[in-house]
Design a protein around this ligand. Sequence first.
Ligand SMILES: Cc1ncc(C[n+]2csc(CCOP(=O)(O)OP(=O)(O)O)c2C)c(N)n1
Length: 568
Amino acid sequence: MALTPSGRERPAIAAEAFLRGLADHGVENFFCNPGTDFPPIVEAFSRAKKTNAKVPKPVLVPHENLAVGMAHGAYLMTGHPQAVMVHVNVGTANTINNLTNLARDRVPLILAAGRTPITEKGSFGSRTRPIHWAQEMFDQAGMVRELVKWDYELRNPNQTGDVVARSVEVAMTHPRGPVYLVLPREPLSANLAEPIGPMKPRPPAASVHPDGAAIATLAEWIAAAERPLLIAATLAADAVPALAHLVERCAIPVVTHNPRTICLPSSHPMHFGFEPGALLTDADLVIVLDSDVPWIPHLQHPPAGCRVAHIGEDPSFMRYPMRSFPSDLSIQSGSLNALEALIEAVEPRLQMAEARIAARRARLTERMRNRRAQLTKDSAPGATISPEYLSRAIGEAVGEDAIIFNEYPLRPDHCPREKPGTFYALGPAGGLGWGFGAALGAKLSAPDAFVVATLGDGAYMFANPMVGHWVAAKHGLPILTVIFNNSRYGAVRRATLAMFKDGAAGESDGRALADLDPSPPYELMAQAQGAYAERVEKPGDLPDALKRAREAVVSGRRQALLNVITPY
Ligand SMILES: Cc1ncc(C[n+]2csc(CCOP(=O)(O)OP(=O)(O)O)c2C)c(N)n1
């Protein structure tokens, strides 16, 4: 128990139990953007400093969306639950974009927000500002309820520890995901009846194991298939060797459609890129591994009679309102558990299939040769810097241990990554304004890593770049940001042309509402915030510019930015 300046004993308040409970549950950082709901939190941090109580590290982030992005990056580095606290309903509103990304990417985030004081007078925490009336909502959690697994409002200060434990337990249970905690000022600032003791976290349940009969069926199908295909999107780093082994053994080509992680090393003989294409339209068996959208049904589909099996901890993506991919078999399981079980089940069934597998391997080897030759051609330097050439140059410059956060212009076909855990991409919901924050959060949790954010110029603007560079400087987070600057929202233009090439919009080449000219001198703006920064326009200048920027980050411990002019 802390003492007051006059030496009297000071009873603990609920905010101290909140912070200490988070620390006891493995939360290392407390990403926050405060308001008038925060005085109990500020008091709790100040008391912890005096008493050396274990609390998370406070990380001030002057925009809530960036804070949530940072929490994502930190989670990807540690696997630990993350915490962000924001100012009442208005701060919550600013989190919703990245909260959507984290919900779809199953990130265990404890998103906490104050709530305007409940009482108009008479309590220690009662209302003291005009905003305290207007900020009240009938149902503050209703703003985010669709995106979180659980929400709760602290009502009794003595329950704080249990509320923290419950929030972490729900967030960490598979499939993981964000939870929302509302903390009104009165209970958060109230004295506790008992001193705060250490909390023993309840361990979350292990990832689910697959049904044995379903695995046996799929193993039979694999042994019998002529033209199998596996489509994946995300895979935990520790499951990559198992996938690599299975598909190598059975000669199953793998396509990672809309990938968010490395599912196979780029050089793996079964890594067939990122578009299902002919491998899908020819297939007689498709295994969908933790992939929400394995192909685009409007544009392509497997042939009639092709078997389709889905594997994942939530193979039917229950929180997606509509999703109608065909399915002959659905296996609910953590990916690693399913892959290990399949490896074991398939081996004894392969004896009869060896000749077929050898013939398929030979066909795929030939196909791979052509694929690699085409990739080399596509990324050759031209008169201007193409995104393919830029991707290749980044891959060559950053090294195999660099951790890349891609939102989303980097062409993974042209930027080989061999090590699991060295590439992450914008989640399936595609809320822009993610990558810069995620890269900063990763650097915070993996200080020795060389972290690189590859961003479109649009994505960079969405990230609140002034806040991002401030956070990098303030918290000592030197990362490299590479802007693929085409002075436009290329994706919006392409979408317009895909639908209205022959319409009136096509007459202006789909540029209306997609034009980001005049493009600001991002490099000067980053320099003003202390970054090493350059503008790069010529293909020949790119490799050295990347080297200088890398040096600035790795040796100079300085944030760096390259504004690369990339017409596409
Ligand atoms: C928050 C949010 N607003 C709007 C969009 C729609 N959107 C998708 S891609 C895109 C353009 C991004 O431009 P840029 O980052 O420059 O990449 P480019 O498309 O030019 O490769 C937009 C606006 C979105 N995904 N998220």
